[in-house]
Design a protein around this ligand. Sequence first.
Ligand SMILES: *Cc1c(COP(=O)(O)O)cnc(C)c1O
Length: 489
Amino acid sequence: MPNQSHASATDEQHHQPSAQPNHRLPQVEQLLQQAFLAPHIADLSRPLVTQAVRETLSELRQSEAFRQHGVDPARLEALIGKRCQRLVRQRQTRLINATGTLVHTNLGRSPLNAELWDEVRELNTGYNNLELDLATGKRGGRKGLIAPLLASLTQAEDSLVVNNNAASLFLLLQEIAKGREVIVSRGEQIQIGGGFRIPDILALSGATLVEVGTTNITTAKDYLDAITDQTALVLMVHRSNFAIRGFTESPDIGEVARALPDHIVLAVDQGSGLTTEGFAPDETSVRQYLKAGADLVCYSGDKLLGGPQCGIIGGRADLIKRLEKHPMMRTFRPSRIVYSLLERLLIHKLNKSPTGEGIAQRTLSDPAAMQEKAERLMAALPGCFAQVPAQLVVGGGTLPDEFYPAPALVCLDPRPAQQLLDALRELPVPVIATVRQQQVLLNMASLLEEDMSVLVSQLNMLSKPAECSENTTEIPRTSHPLSIPREAP
Ligand SMILES: *Cc1c(COP(=O)(O)O)cnc(C)c1O
């Protein structure tokens, strides 16, 4: 190696190759040349690895153990390797969702259909007509066919797309209600996920909140009685991550719409983006809200719709035009990656092609596939699991009250549940499981087909101590924790 430092050349002459503990630490540059760091550099970039090396060396120098005994090269390698490994775990990493929550906000929400992704590849790796009207050669809008496609899917006269549904809400409050009053039910002043509260966003948008009704009951009359000459907007918000049961009443939106003066806008934050999916008959779809008289309905693109992260506002064309002209619109507009994925998704959805189905639709339309996955795993790893009935939830702030049956596998592993849960999460392709009654559960509902083979090989790996990986095929039962035979009943 041309760049090998002088020091290391002389080291080699003076020391045995079976490196001795050393009080002289190698130079950073010299370490960076070594083969064991090459994969870390590829994973993390040279500057991040350099920093990890520096930090390891500096910690070592300050340690008492090093002052007394020095460090041997193998130990030094291990320390640097460990630090790099910790960084690698912070990268965005594919993982296996065994939680049974299909649209999991912490796990990336809707997994995109792979065919959809492939279809937009060239559109994104080359130039495209994002803002060029090909008919005239002049500057065009960004929406492509998205608005007419959504008109067909939801009956929205016009639609626009922003970065997420929180942005939809903020934009519509800003444009329509800034400096004026917004009427919201007390039962709908909710917090959606981390730090996103309807009253806060309302205050930030410069609108004044007028609360009506009570937590469990709000009627059409409550809304109508609260109208003043300052009222700009009635906002109804879907209760997306909780349900209120028992003695409750929500107003008939049609009744509010009919009685509302023309100049007051009726907007609904529908949230989930339910359109034509058949599995949630009790849930109100975007189309139903518009049909009932909502002027605007906003929803997320990456929940039930199954598309990329975005927010969509659909409804009256004159209002959508106003929103699009808002000076802040530019800060909310998504990239062409989002537009292209959404456009293709909607085409597939309208053609009823499986590529247009969100993960919830795909999973719930084929329950047998979940059972089949359970059986395949049990056959591949005999004695490792027991099947138990469990449930899936759609999640991500949708259908808070709906649970669907789904099979799960209990891991028959003697380790304490938390320890096994951690071990699963620390696998090369992390597996995210849940614990129920001190047992680790792999829920089949959220496993993807492409997860199956990697899951099997990893579970095999997990059950074998690292030392056995060279040539041992026979592993003593006690150190094979995932293959404890099922208890005889
Ligand atoms: C999910 C949700 C939001 C937030 O949407 P994001 O796309 O996460 O910004 C807002 N309102 C409701 C009712 C929701 O369900």
